[in-house]
Design a protein around this ligand. Structure first.
Ligand SMILES: [Zn+2]
Length: 325
């Protein structure tokens, strides 16, 4: 059911069946031309739920624009199917570049070589490719995305929303900020209940550093109403930002400690020495897809420590091997 948040502004609850994220929060601003912020996976369940909610509000589907906070398929997946015939899909140029890479088998295979260097076996990487839900739930091919950058203004339903670049969760992640009403749509940049996943991205030197910088950036905004990409959004904005910052500082200390205690390891091995909030008895029993996120997150923390001279990495011909400086 669509929930009215303010004049011409609605929250749409899109179920993400089978995903630990449980739901996606879409937001709709209704006007002569309407804007949908994030869409859900390209899955039947998401499509049916989204269409039902749009229809219940009686909006003109031909004049529907879509803004994707980032390229992940739970946010962008349905965009090409749901955008109006007289509508556009907006996303950052940076995420469009990554969408082009990850959208092809060739691009994925190139990226997968880096996972082997981090410690995954070739069999694990092959399995991940076959099972990757992003492959089946990512957007259909679409040639007309419109790239937007920092400060781009949108005008819908009497509101003015401004693009705020917040790299970290993805290299081109963006929030939308309504300064007049002190309202922010955070996508996956700031979430309650869940800590946004921060992974290493190919071509990004320090994605955790970028993320922490983006957190500091949005903490400067005047915000009364915060609308997140998943789960509930009840809680204090500044408190949550401070908690996320503290989480990563603690995680950095743990990561450095793991490198000290376990010298000469690859990132896959180091991830196995860290604590994770997941129901698995040990690293061996970790589901492979979760291992993928855990190793990516470990690499983001290692890169951060490396950039600040605390750890070093050497390629031994097969793996990247980490040690303290
Ligand atoms: Zn998400």
């Amino acid at each position: 059911m669509a929930t009215k948040l303010a004049e011409n502004l609605y929250h749409l609850d899109i179920p993400l069946v089978g995903s630990p994220l449980k739901n996606l929060n879409s937001y709709l601003i209704v006007g002569p031309q309407s804007l949908l912020i994030d869409t859900g996976f390209r899955q039947e369940g998401c499509l049916v739920a989204l269409q039902a909610e749009l229809d219940s509000l009686g909006i003109n589907r031909d004049r529907l624009d879509v803004f994707a906070t980032h390229l992940h398929s739970d946010h962008l997946g349905l965009a090409p199917q749901i955008v109006g015939t007289a509508g556009n899909i907006f996303i950052s140029q940076r995420d469009l570049d990554y969408l082009a890479i990850y959208g092809t088998t060739q691009g994925w295979r190139e990226m997968a070589k880096l996972d082997v260097i981090s410690g995954f076996t070739q069999e694990e990487v092959d399995y991940l490719w076959e099972e990757n839900p992003a492959k089946s739930s990512s957007p259909l091919p679409y040639d007309h995305y419109i790239a937007v950058t920092e400060g781009h203004p949108f005008h819908y339903g009497g509101y003015t929303l401004t693009c705020i670049e917040t790299p970290g969760h993805t290299p081109g992640h963006m929030c939308l900020y309504d300064q007049e009403n002190r309202r922010i749509f955070t996508g996956d940049h700031v979430l309650f209940h869940i800590t946004p996943n921060i992974c290493r991205w190919p071509g990004v030197a320090d994605s955790l550093g970028d993320y922490l910088h983006s957190l500091a950036k949005v903490s400067l905004l005047d915000v009364d109403q915060m609308h997140t990409g998943h789960r509930h959004d009840r809680g204090d904005y500044q408190t949550r930002i401070a908690q996320l910052q503290a989480h990563h500082q603690a995680r950095l200390a743990d990561t450095l400690q793991a490198v000290v205690a376990h010298p000469h390891c690859n990132a896959y091995m180091l991830a196995g020495h860290l604590r994770w909030s997941i129901r698995a008895k040990n690293w061996e029993e970790f589901p492979l897809t979760q291992k993928f996120f855990a190793v990516g997150e470990t690499l983001a923390h290692l890169d951060y420590l490396r950039r600040r001279g605390q750890v070093q990495v050497v390629f031994d011909g097969v793996h990247d091997i980490w040690d303290v400086v």
